[in-house]
Design a protein around this ligand. Sequence first.
Ligand SMILES: [Zn+2]
Length: 431
Amino acid sequence: MSGLGEQVRQRILDAVDAGFDTQIAFTRDLVARPSIRGQEHLAQDLMFQAMRSRGLAMDRWRVNADDIKHHEGFSPIAVDYANAWNVVGTHRPNAETGRSVILNGHVDVVPAGPLDMWNSPPFDPRIDGDWMYGRGAGDMKAGVVANMFALDALRAAGVQPAGTVHLESVCEEESTGNGALATLLRGYTADAALISEPTGLHLTRAVMGVLWFKVKVRGYPVHVSRAGTGSNAIMAAYDLVASLREIEARWNGIKGETKHYGALGHPVNLNIGKIQGGDWASSVPAWCEMDCRISIYPGHKPQAMAREIEDAIRTASSAHPFLSNNPPEVEFNGFFTEGYDLEPGSDAEQTLAAQHHAVTREALGDQPTTAYVDSRVFVLYGNMPTLVYGPEAENVHGFDERVRISSIREATKTIALFVADWCGVEPAGAA
Ligand SMILES: [Zn+2]
């Protein structure tokens, strides 16, 4: 089942335990850095220093949209990339006798939302029993740190991977996936990739694509006393939301045609995430803008699904007295990504399953996710077997996000053994 000697395996597991307090302390430090979009450098500075101090060959660069926008996996952006940094640390073996691997994770986190809804401040991580609370603790700073400490455990056990390992800490996972895409286009590939997203120690079998779009609705302002003669952009937006809901229902209605999403209750989720409009209470609003997100099934192309959305908005507008002559604009301004199904039974999957069993004494379960994961970059454009596997988290993107500490320990052990088994090992240290 595995080429790993029993002694080496036990030394690696012991090393994860011995380093675990340090690992949790480092995880807290990383969670304390509020690396929401536009501030990813706060976390990347710490990751860069930590990887460099471990002797990895370092590469740090700012994602440049011009370098990647020609690629079909690129998502359009409407923000500045001044702080969109990627960090990659590379381990090179003395004798390259084994297979290579990418260990990937993202440090960007979603906004905390209203602070009064949290039981403790989102960027002041708190440990209570077996849980660490904080924005990004689960999604996915615990995983990013687990990747690095998995490599530490090998070294502490007196060995190192006999293949190249790229330790990737990327940005832009929560809004575009352009961070991971930039690593691929910079030349980082491997015989397999592992992303330690919080999967509850399950393997992710399928990933959906995601589209972000902004609908810009115009109105015709008049004094409210003559509102009947104007056109209210906010009220018109309600009608457009109804037509988007119809798309959501239609796409959920064909879930049975997919490989992995038929058993889920409601795989396609439309989110009206942000809405703005009007200027004050006594004028009919002349404008309304909605930021929306919807998911698409594996095999469906973003371009085709985007056209369906545009068509639905156009059809709904054609029945409207003002919008029929002033059609809303639909701007795709973020995620424009395709999903995928993971083919079962790859060597990499078997290796992970064996090591997961060695750590947990349970069979490796799998599940599809209705969310976006950066793995689509590696699978669709890098042709790499890609395993999404990591600790257990709750309330990701919600209030009181938390990650189960014992699951971090198990994930770190599994990842460490996976790397040792997949890459093979050689004595630690310089040749
Ligand atoms: Zn994530």
